[in-house]
Ligand binder design. Structure first.
Ligand code: ZN
Length: 309
């Protein structure tokens, strides 16, 4: 078991593009398991009050308590408050940018890929974090008795590190939402009133993901439109099953009712079987906003397959 590569599905893209919904759907597949985001709850939540999607307090959820126990049995360094699964070289924000964050430029990233392994301690830190992620995936698979792990962290740099791991068999899904819906959702969820800022977040996250394509073989990259997931959920889950090489199964009508321990987006607490495209951008964005969005990210929206502007 220890030497068998773990089939590892990685969901990348911009936040608030439907990855929580996709995590629920894939977790209801009998061979796949997802807890959505694998770096633990974000830092600014009050952990004592944070709820797992199962309805239990996260710190008391039997699934996560078992996960903590198993990872530590495997020799990992894991507490529910600190997962140690985020790729960091230094605690300093800008130093970390230089070493492990997207640089928004393929040329600079290629130069960095050559240089940073020469830095003392760099490779050891990357290897240790990768090992911690492998232990987490292996433990989740054991507890859930499933075979394929789904990670919806959406940090494009993780693709590079996971692809280099000899313990993971990586499949990447780039989930892209139409820029209008994506921007409106970013504004709503991050409480941002600045449409330029929200559009740049959508643009940067999706372009970072697109640049990370070079790390994986073409057969291991699947670009998925949020619209397709909503319009043809069963067909889309079947396509993902084919992509990953597992059997097709019928998505249960009450897929949200089976056992889920999803963390991350607050939608985890309100999900229902009513899958329809969220078009609330029509109310949130005015004509001026749409012009700004089109100017900044219109070309990219077309590139990702959407027919607007
Ligand atoms: Zn739970």
């Amino acid at each position: 078991m220890e030497n068998v590569k773990i089939p590892y599905v990685y969901i990348t893209g911009s936040s608030f593009s439907g990855s929580t919904l996709l995590s629920f759907l894939l977790n209801s597949h009998q061979q796949m398991v997802s807890i959505s985001e694998v770096q633990g709850p974000i830092k600014n939540v009050v952990l004592d009050k944070y709820l797992c999607s199962c309805g239990e307090l996260f710190l008391r959820c039997p699934f996560y308590l078992e996960l903590e126990k198993r990872i530590n049995e495997l020799g990992g360094s894991f507490t529910l408050k600190d997962w140690h699964t985020k790729f960091l070289i230094y605690d300093h924000k800008w130093l970390n940018y230089f070493f492990v964050r997207p640089l928004r430029n393929s040329f600079l990233e290629r130069i960095r890929d050559i240089l940073v392994p020469l830095w003392p301690g760099y490779q050891k830190k990357i290897d240790n974090t990768c090992r911690q992620n492998v232990m987490l995936a292996r433990s989740v698979l054991t507890i859930s008795n499933k075979q394929i792990f789904v990670d919806a962290q959406k940090d494009s740099m993780r693709i590079k590190y996971f692809q280099e791991s000899d313990k993971l068999d990586l499949y990447v899904i780039h989930l892209v939402r139409d820029v209008r819906g994506g921007v409106a959702s970013i504004m709503k969820n991050l409480n941002i009133n600045n449409v330029v800022k929200a559009t740049k977040i959508w643009y940067t996250k999706n372009m970072n993901s697109e640049r990370a394509r070079r790390y994986v073989p073409p057969s291991r990259w699947f670009r998925l439109a949020y619209d397709d997931l909503c319009a043809d959920t069963q067909g889309t889950i079947d396509r993902i099953s084919d992509f990953v090489g597992c059997k097709r199964v019928t998505v249960p009508k009450n897929f949200y009712d089976s056992e889920h321990h999803i963390i991350g987006n607050r939608m985890r607490l309100t999900i229902s079987g009513d899958i329809k495209r969220d078009d609330s951008w029509k109310k949130r964005l005015n004509q001026e906003d749409l012009k700004i969005i089109a100017r900044i990210a219109g070309e990219a929206n077309h590139f990702f397959g959407y027919d607007w502007p």
